[in-house]
Design a protein around this ligand. Structure first.
Ligand code: ADP
Ligand code: MG
Length: 333
């Protein structure tokens, strides 16, 4: 049997038992965007790590090394954001094949340091090793959050309203444009969403300070996949409405020009790094209004948490369709 037979998440479930030997200080281990552990103070520490692998996550020749460095930080900071935390320190591991020039690596580090300076993060260390063929960049980030503010995937309650802090599907369209270089003009927002995702750290802090925000995750694999983690960890279900999906004007234009379905992009496109959150319905409207006041952008309402144990989407005519948990694997665009 190979990893692909059970998938990344099937594998994680298999190794999840027996990982915790000393539970005393652990609030959350495997199964969330970051691990959460108690400290001596009333703050919890957060630790997350994410890896970018050449030919899996990026094409070296088609990527600016500066942006690659920034993105390797951003994907980790996004996981701290999803916990409601403040990011504080980072470690950087790189595996470097002979075919990578020093100039390229220095540009990667300029990008990493640019991102670190932007979000006030120390780089405390890492590891450097050779690689046979592919460049690998692994970053780990430490953050902190007050113990009573931690946002978990497992907190969603039936009846909660589901929100996203930004547009969905832009990044996947940006990747398509990069792979088909001739089509890119006029779609800078989409390309930018893919190359330079912005971690929603401030949005995560805002959500964490609202006691009525019950759960959160960042959208790394795609709405259907990441919402799947929330409903699994919360033992719930979810319903999303196609006509409420936050689809940008550029994504609409892109899809109509090239004949794609924007709903599929929003449901299944990954790497948007917005935050999905679930909110007590009695406070949803007020929190969305506060969010708009603070950030000058909407908190997009997409649907609600249900007891169905699965994700369903509702089309414009009211038809209800189940989404397979592996929906993003079947992404056909
Ligand atoms: P994210 O997309 O937010 O980075 P992942 O889906 O990568 O989260 O990981 C889900 C959970 O599984 C996390 O708690 C992560 O730490 C854990 N995890 C992933 N890979 C491994 C591994 N090889 N060994 C142990 N835990 C893992
Ligand atoms: Mg995540």
């Amino acid at each position: 049997m190979k990893l692909k037979d059970i998938g990344e998440f099937g594998f994680i479930e298999r190794i999840r038992p027996d990982c915790i030997i000393r539970p005393e200080h652990i609030v959350k281990a495997i199964g969330d965007d970051a691990a959460v552990f108690k400290t001596e103070s009333d703050r919890c520490m957060l630790l997350t790590t994410d890896m970018l692998v050449e030919r899996v996550h990026f094409i070296r020749k088609a990527t600016s090394p500066f942006n690659l460095g920034r993105k390797s930080m951003a994907v980790n900071l996004s996981d701290i954001a999803a916990m409601g935390g403040n990011a504080s320190d980072a470690f950087v591991n790189i595996a470097v094949p002979d075919t990578v020039d020093l100039d390229f690596l220095e540009e990667v580090y300029r990008g990493i340091k640019h991102s670190a300076a932007e979000f006030a993060i120390n780089i405390l260390g890492g590891d450097t090793t050779g690689s046979r063929k592919d460049l690998v960049i692994n970053v780990a980030v430490i953050g902190y959050v007050a113990a009573d503010e931690v946002l978990l995937r497992s907190g969603a309650k039936i009846g909660d309203v589901l929100f996203s802090t930004g547009y969905l599907g832009n990044s996947r369209a940006g990747l398509h444009l990069l792979q088909n270089a001739s089509e890119g003009d006029g779609f800078e927002e989409l390309v930018q969403a893919h190359c330079l995702p912005r971690p929603h750290l401030n949005e995560g802090r805002f959500l964490a300070t609202q006691p009525q925000v019950h759960a959160a995750i960042d959208v790394s694999d795609g709405l259907s996949s990441d919402l799947g983690h929330i409903i699994r960890e919360s033992a719930a279900g979810a319903r999303i409405y196609a006509d409420r999906l936050p689809i940008s004007d550029q994504l609409k234009t892109f899809c109509s020009r090239f004949g794609y379905d924007p709903i599929q992009y929003a449901l299944a496109g990954g790497e948007d790094y917005t935050l999905l959150c679930t909110v007590d319905p009695r406070h949803a409207e007020a929190i969305a209004a506060d969010f708009r006041q603070q950030f000058g952008r909407p908190l997009f309402e997409l649907g609600e948490i249900t007891d169905s144990g699965r994700i369903e989407w509702v089309d414009a005519a009211g038809g209800i369709h189940p989404i397979e948990p592996t929906g993003w694997n079947h992404f056909k665009a």
